[in-house]
Design a protein around this ligand. Sequence first.
Ligand code: ADP
Length: 447
Amino acid sequence: MFEKVLIANRGEIALRIHRACHEMGIRTVAVHSTADADAMHVRLADESVCIGPPPARESYLNAHAILSAATITDADAIHPGYGFLAENADFAQMVEEHGFGFIGPSSEHIRLMGDKIAAKKRMTEFDVPVVPGSDGPVANVEEALAVAKEIGYPVMVKAAAGGGGRGMKVARAAGELRQAFALARSEALAAFNSAEVYLERFLAQPRHVEFQVLADHHGAVVHFGDRDCSLQRRHQKMIEEAPSPALNPGEREQMGRIARRAIAAIGYRNAGTLEFLYEDGNFHFIEMNTRLQVEHPVTEMNCGIDLVREQIRLAAGASLGYVQGDIVTAGHSIECRITAERPDSFAPSPGRVTAYHPPGGPGVRIDSALYAGYTVPPHYDSLIAKLVVHGDTRARAVLRLKRALNEFVIEGVETTLSLHRRVIAEPDFINGAYDIHWLERFIAERP
Ligand code: ADP
């Protein structure tokens, strides 16, 4: 087992990884930018190294600085968290080549799944259903028009290297495709340094349903059921729950089986998530995330498992030690992502937190690096806390969520707490009757 892990991240996820390490008796190394010298992930770690100035590209995205920090602190493995370098295959390869353990999949698997066109192709080889679309990259507008005619409008132009909801444009008719194509390409080039795009049919009212898998180095694969992440703004998840209110047990069983089979077939290892759009009883694979997800706690709460601990164990070469039949899922969990943003305009609201009181009590979990007196820096993602609740049933989880959101006090910065309180009071949310477009509509209609 590893003795010292360097955590190449910040905020709540750095803390989450630190907690798993300490419960396993593993010492931790925090890395931080100069803007994060007072951050909780730095305070709690056994050691810390400043890796650069505030801009992420000079600190949290600086692979050389991170590898130097691992070398001088004599760490034996690196956990990338999510975001930053977590899905950067070159970084994973550098970590491997420098002789550190990478707590995640192999760089080859990150590379394969990082190309969404290649990932879809590979999945179809194992009978995983995908969204109908172009067979590969689409080079020009003429080709796009021909493909769109074949699959039918509306269509979505998507960046092959996409992530974070960027490089995605919808065309409802041929007249809109020229602009959508050009916009998606330029956004993709700016965000991912690759203008490669492909086309998919734009589904009218799907739900986003994903499956969590774990695989060891010896070919064993299990899944931990599904999560519904349909409540999104700008293709970014805001509230997630498990299990999905939309699936029946047969569908869940079938998709879990298909997901496991595909993961085993590609020889994947460590944690991963297969994302699907689910509409009219049909699943369509959209992509695979080769890392820990922000929303992993809803799965942990239902399954009584520590996914980060499992990631660390598996990266060290341990066997899973259990089979699919051993995994028991109980109750229902919901997560709210609370960000330091104005709840009306979503303008970032960095600044000093003057008061902080997180909710507690039965079935409530807070993943956050906040404390009273902390200053939320303006340089990074605005996620400041994840509130996760568990209940025996979905109805009880919703009541608990309402109670917990009402207890939550964060003062000094604007937060999306009030928006969450409004969303979960909506009959559609209470009934679990929403698709991926619901939240955008709600925000537009009731600003
Ligand atoms: P990213 O890698 O940027 O997160 P994804 O391919 O995972 O992109 O898609 C993110 C979200 O965008 C999905 O959860 C869904 O809400 C929406 N989306 C993606 N593809 C489609 C599609 N073909 N039809 C409708 N919505 C889509």
